[in-house]
Design a binder for this molecule. Structure first.
Ligand code: F3S
Length: 282
């Protein structure tokens, strides 16, 4: 039996940068709080908690802390301009680990909306990254989640529209929705802001799943990018399994398995991927 792990499995550049930053800060003298869990992975979050790193989920919770010895870390998803300003307004030091690819979207939507353009975001309305992007728009903004909403879309004015997407949006869905919007001849300036890390991970997973007898997708149950990876793999490989920890690896798999493929979402630490890999090789 052969076990192949996709090269792009696991932490992307932005998440690695954010997690490494929090580990470094945890060595310092100040109390560290992340605004929301730094990644969708309980093992990493628990390990950070053991090092004294706390999590705050609202501005009220931050307001109850002492700004004199506390650092608030903004995670790679980013936050809205209003949240950012409120935290600094309360007197806290911020360490901003917003991924530069997300920051680029914030800058684009702010610039375009300041020029009077409507902003269209392709993504999940309740995803923190999308909430953050929305919060940098200084004018009308709409969020389109799927092909149906793209079909139902009506611009709010006759002016130009700038379209961006959540960095982890499915590329096929993006193309289908853009096709609908552009063929309706709206004045849309399309910016494909899907991150390459996601695209590469999805393409590699799809290719590996199409050859594998068993496909293992590792990631947090609440991670939307891992769920998308699972869907892509399950469409190609009948025996696709979503696991969060080594304990979930108790799988009933066919005896004739020759190739096991492994991939992992953007928030899955390297050591867990290696442990899963080792289990299969044993
Ligand atoms: Fe950044 Fe792309 Fe990761 S946007 S956080 S490198 S998925």
């Amino acid at each position: 039996m052969k076990v192949i792990t996709a090269k792009s499995a696991g932490f992307c550049f932005g998440v690695r940068r954010a997690v490494d930053t929090v580990y470094e800060l945890s060595e310092g003298p100040k109390k560290i709080y992340t605004y929301g869990p730094i990644i969708h992975n309980e093992t990493v979050v628990d390990d950070l908690a053991a090092r004294g790193v706390g999590i705050v989920n609202s501005l009220d919770e931050i307001a109850a802390l002492d700004p004199a010895d506390t650092v608030i870390v903004i995670r790679s998803h980013g936050v809205s301009e209003a949240v950012y300003d409120s935290i600094t307004g309360l007197g806290f030091e911020i360490v901003d680990t917003t991924c530069p690819f997300v920051k680029r979207i914030h800058d684009a939507v702010r610039g375009a909306s300041e020029n009077g353009e409507e902003i269209l975001i392709l993504g999940s309305p309740d995803h923190p990254e999308v909430e953050g992007i929305m919060g940098w728009c200084h004018g009308p903004v709409q969020i389109l989640e799927d092909v149906e909403s793209a079909k139902a879309y009506k611009p709010l004015s006759d002016g130009p529209v700038t379209l961006v997407s959540q960095t982890t949006f499915n590329h096929k869905k993006f193309e289908d929705m853009v096709e609908i919007l552009t063929s309706a001849e709206y004045n849309v300036n399309v910016m494909n802001t899907i991150c390459n890390a996601t695209l590469t991970r999805q393409n590699e997973a799809e290719e590996l799943a199409s050859r594998a007898d068993v496909m293992i997708v590792i990631g947090g149950k609440h991670s939307s990018n891992t769920r998308k990876l699972y869907d892509i793999c399950a469409a190609r490989c009948e025996h696709t399994y979503f696991i969060e920890t080594l304990d979930d690896l108790n799988l009933e798999v066919p005896k004739s398995v020759r190739l096991v493929g492994i991939t992992a979402g953007a928030s899955t630490p390297q050591n867990l991927i290696e442990e899963v890999q080792k289990e299969w090789k044993n």
